[in-house]
Ligand binder design. Structure first.
Ligand SMILES: *Cc1c(COP(=O)(O)O)cnc(C)c1O
Length: 489
């Protein structure tokens, strides 16, 4: 083995030895990805991954170098074709954003600069802050509010719950063991699973989350909420946080946020909104009233990688009260001291506002995209997605072979194929088959959920590439496959 002196004789680096070769392949990569995005609609929306590709991905730890061209070719053969498909115009599964060519390039620029966007006097810190300020402005959130860009809605929600929890006691020092009262959280039964996880990991405990009943419109029933709060108070517990949904994951339902806000103000309870995608509906005139209360919430979580069409990952959480936000995470370890001058001067370190220390420059893609496209383009696209969803709802209502399982309220559409003589269980089996066929034939990629025991095909539209003709085709294909599968000869 070489000793240290020998190592120092021939220092190496991961930079290319031949920059011109690296540059040539890099240009090819950019061209390939541009072609890939330009022609995305011509490919199937999803295709099964052959075992050969899975086998090729799985390989022993590569000890020896491989030519860059070979590495890239393996990517093109084994990885690129078997993408998830959420960039495709016919993808409406779960709630998954499409990304954009510009934001893709912005991610490359950010990765090239590679600033750790947490501390110091450098441009990324100011871009990050500007993006937060723009987010507040887009949602009409108070301008003095603070916020954080995080990896996504789950972490944004957990961050919200942490600050909510800490604002009720000396929890950073004492933990929940210092609380004399049991802390109780409230959310509707339709709430995303990440809220439950947030309760679990913040020590609140799943059993202390009250799941409020929803009505036939899948919105929280306020009378039930009030009754449970009263019950908990009577038992000597501390109701500390109500989570309102601005767009539930199942159906896009928006809880009665005004009523929740009133209760929170009256009862001195923290009002957190999970607006992962639905908060962005506030950018349209139609949802101004329903989402007005968002402006007064204590915290709001939402995703830019969903309905702002950014590539993964970027989510955001905003806090009305900057002092409470900072109090939950602030501190100054010796290795992060702020200086008067030099690189250690600069804005308040962002680690004072969240769990993360090292952070990437995810703000850049948002910054460049809002600059280039303009905020109005996003308002228009969000409105377009909602219009397309109501259009799909209409197509379904008009088709005797289909059932719209819940009225469209925003950008989520839940429906199923129906057939005389099929009971609910048979329809559940049939619709699941239809969905898997849609995927395997590469036609469309919606997802599914279960509403009141009914298995439904579910389209959540945060897709700027989707056209109403894609929904025409979806309806046609569901009916065609449904008939194929339900006709026994
Ligand atoms: C997607 C989603 C989340 C979770 O957000 P991630 O970005 O996937 O972590 C939370 N709540 C709702 C309503 C969502 O749609």
């Amino acid at each position: 083995m070489e000793d240290f002196n020998q190592i120092l004789e021939k220092e190496t680096t991961l930079d290319p030895q031949d920059w011109s070769q690296m540059r040539a392949i890099a240009h090819t990569m950019v061209d390939d990805m541009m072609n890939y995005l330009e022609t995305v609609a011509e490919r199937p929306s999803w295709q099964p991954m052959p075992q050969s590709a899975k086998d090729a991905i799985r390989q022993p730890l590569p000890e020896q170098p491989m030519e860059l061209e070979a590495v890239y070719n393996r990517f093109k053969t084994n990885i690129l074709p078997y993408t998830k498909g959420n960039i495709h115009p016919r993808f409406t599964a779960w709630v998954q954003g499409t990304g954009t060519p510009l934001a893709m390039m912005a991610d490359m620029l950010a990765s090239g600069m590679n600033p750790n966007t947490t501390i110091g006097e450098h441009a990324a810190m100011y871009v990050d802050k500007q993006v937060i300020d723009w987010c507040k402005e887009l949602l009409d959130f108070p301008s003095e509010a603070t916020g954080m860009l995080v990896s996504g809605g789950s972490i944004a929600n957990i961050t919200g719950i942490i600050v909510a929890r800490n604002s009720f006691g000396n929890i950073r020092a004492e933990g929940l063991q210092g609380m004399t009262q049991k802390m109780i959280m409230y959310c509707s039964a339709e709430t995303h699973a990440c809220i439950m996880k947030a309760a679990e990991v913040t020590g609140i405990g799943g059993n202390n989350v009250r799941k409020i009943n929803v009505g036939s419109d899948f919105r929280m029933q306020i009378a039930h909420l009030e009754a449970l709060i009263a019950e908990d108070r009577a038992a000597g517990y501390l109701p500390f946080c109500i989570v309102g949904n601005a767009g539930t994951v199942n159906t896009g339902a928006i809880d009665p946020l005004d009523d929740i806000l009133n209760i929170c103000q009256r009862e001195k309870i923290w009002f957190h909104i999970d607006g992962a995608f639905g908060a962005l509906a506030k950018l349209t005139p139609e949802y101004q009233t329903q989402l007005k209360a968002l402006e007064q919430a204590d915290s709001v979580a939402f995703d830019l990688h969903k309905w702002m069409y950014m590539p993964y990952e970027v989510g955001c959480v905003l806090f009305k009260n900057p002092a409470l936000h900072r109090a939950a995470f602030g501190g100054q370890p010796s290795y992060l001291l702020s200086h008067e001058r030099g690189i250690a001067a600069g804005p308040d370190p962002l680690t004072n506002y969240g769990m993360e220390l090292s952070r990437g420059f995810k703000a850049l893609k948002v910054y460049l995209s809002l600059q280039h496209h303009g905020a109005q383009a996003f308002r228009d696209l969000i409105r377009q997605n909602i219009a397309q969803s109501f259009y799909l709802g209409e197509l379904i209502v008009q088709d005797a072979d289909l059932e719209l399982v819940t009225p469209v309220s925003c950008n989520v559409v839940c429906f199923r194929f129906i057939k005389d003589g099929f009971d609910n269980e048979a329809l559940n089996i049939l619709n699941k088959e239809i969905l898997m066929e849609l995927h395997e034939r590469g036609l469309h990629v919606p997802s599914s959920t279960i509403l009141d025991g009914k298995y439904v095909i579910r389209c959540a539209n945060v897709n700027h590439r989707l056209r109403k003709t894609d929904y025409d085709a979806l309806v046609e294909d569901v009916v065609k496959i449904g008939k194929e599968l339900s006709t026994f000869s």
